[in-house]
Design a protein. Sequence first.
Length: 43
Amino acid sequence: NTQVNIQFNIQFNIQFNIQFNIQVNIQVNIQVNIQVNIQVNIQ
């Protein structure tokens, strides 16, 4: 039981971290792209 719970928690944490990192990376990339496009268009 303990081993099963440990495995479950590990899998859950891995999935959560992956999803969180993906979302953060998407948001950061969007913001950076917007800012770069604005700067390029201004010039």
